[in-house]
Write a protein that binds this ligand. Sequence first.
Ligand code: DGL
Length: 237
Amino acid sequence: MAGTPEADAAERPIGVFDSGIGGLTVVRQLMARLPREHILYFGDTARVPYGNKSPETVTRFSVENTRFLLRRGIKYLVVACNTASATALPVLQRRFEIPMLGVIEPGVRAALAATRNRRIGVIGTIGTIASGVYERMILALQPDCAVVEAPCPLFVPLAEEGWTEGPVAEQVARVYLEPVIGSGIDTLILGCTHYPLLKEVIRRVCGPGVELIDTAEETVRMARLQLDQLGLLRGEG
Ligand code: DGL
């Protein structure tokens, strides 16, 4: 089918954006699972963090980031930022025709598949937690779940600075996570794409009884499915 419009469209890159380096946790999964795809990553390090900015500002940044990637000919967009997915995804979907995926729904589905006691913790930026989007989506799919949420704003600068191990990261993680773990959750959604960079510290603080949900894996599984359905997966060769 080389030379057909579909084949030409499939050749174009997948666009991915985040406020900084966090979305690279999604890119890593994309590269592992879809090794033939071209990927164009935009990390908005000039304006990081998004998590404590207003929904209007995050929406404006997200529209600008999407335009930037569209000008470079992307075929599909992954909003690899929970804050932008929580506040701006519906606006992006209305404003742009390009197929796109955020990171919230994949994380929720993975957590519902993992939990046994139906007590789910969610950590994210101030913006993501204030939006209430995780709790709404979890309860819409599974009304008898208990959802315990906590914003962890210092995790993003720690990840951006590369302070992902050591006593500072550990102390911050304890302060944020101990109340969440104390509520009896068995599953914790890492509701910010920067947080998997601190996974080892978070895992140590949570202990073996809590399953950590890294939304990147499930996001890439859903992206692959959509790209396939749209005939946009890049072929052999
Ligand atoms: N990594 C992003 C998220 O998933 C943004 C973090 C931030 O910039 O505050 O929410």
